[in-house]
Design a protein. Structure first.
Length: 253
């Protein structure tokens, strides 16, 4: 009886797999999909750019990165106080789709960028238009299935993929866009990684930060950071790794 139940369960799961699988693919092919620009009622321009990575940590299309850099520079040039660049790396159970069956994390992020732009327009110490806001959404295949039971079972597989997304190419994306924002010294740069996105953040920036801190220490100075704020929220990182990163980069500073 137990064997029959097990076999039946395997058949059901096997039948569900093809229909419930979210393929390893790029979601935003056209420029109007991966680059969206808006203006608030108060006149603050803002935009959302998507840069997508495959399961091996390779960008699907570096044209997405070029579009992000171009937008940041354009808004920098037209702003009296630079821009706010918000970089976001999503976590498990999400990807770069706006659809509800993919977690809709991108749609959620676009709403947060719009709220930030509205707040920028109300800032008392800035002109009426405030700082322009650019949201950079780093998309990867954190969601491989649309069926709940299969999504939950994907944790370890997606954690391995997250380690591959924490790549040299991602460091390039984060650095190039932050450098573009900081071409105006009045700009603000924020980086947030959530859940497995926090793991990606720490594994990507960790080695670069440690090297920079130790080099600055050797020269008797401090490390100039590109960011005004870095948040690793509920990261799926080993606690020992986070402890070492904090001790070397923060305590030494």
């Amino acid at each position: 009886m137990r064997l029959a139940i097990l076999l039946a369960a395997m058949v059901v799961i096997g039948a569900a797999l093809p229909g419930g699988c979210v393929g390893n693919r790029m979601f935003n092919h056209a420029p109007e999909d991966y680059l969206r620009t808006f203006t608030t009622e108060g006149g603050v321009p803002y935009g959302v750019v998507v840069v997508e990575f495959d399961d091996q940590g390779e960008p699907w299309d570096l044209g997405q990165l070029d579009a992000a850099v171009d937008l940041i520079r354009r808004l920098n040039e037209s702003s009296e106080h630079g821009v706010v660049l918000l970089q976001f790396i999503h976590g498990w159970k999400s990807n770069a789709s706006r659809e509800a069956d993919s977690g809709a994390r991108l749609a959620w992020f676009e709403e947060r960028v719009a709220e930030l732009a509205q707040r920028s327009g109300r800032a008392a110490n800035l002109p009426t238009t405030g700082r322009a806001v650019i949201g950079l959404y780093v998309g990867w295949r954190g969601r491989t299935y649309s069926l709940p039971i299969l999504i939950d079972a994907s944790f370890w597989n997606r954690r391995v993929a997250a380690h591959r997304v924490a790549s040299i190419r991602l460091l390039e994306v984060l650095t190039r866009t932050a450098n573009a924002a900081n071409e105006d010294p009045d700009s603000k740069c924020i980086l947030i990684g959530h859940s497995m996105g926090g793991l990606v953040l720490e594994k990507t920036l960790g080695p670069a930060l440690v090297s920079g801190v130790l080099a600055a220490e050797n020269q008797g100075g401090s490390l100039p950071l590109q960011y005004d704020l870095i948040v690793s929220a509920n990261p799926s990182t080993d606690a020992l790794y986070s402890k070492q990163l904090i001790e070397v980069t923060l305590i030494k500073q």
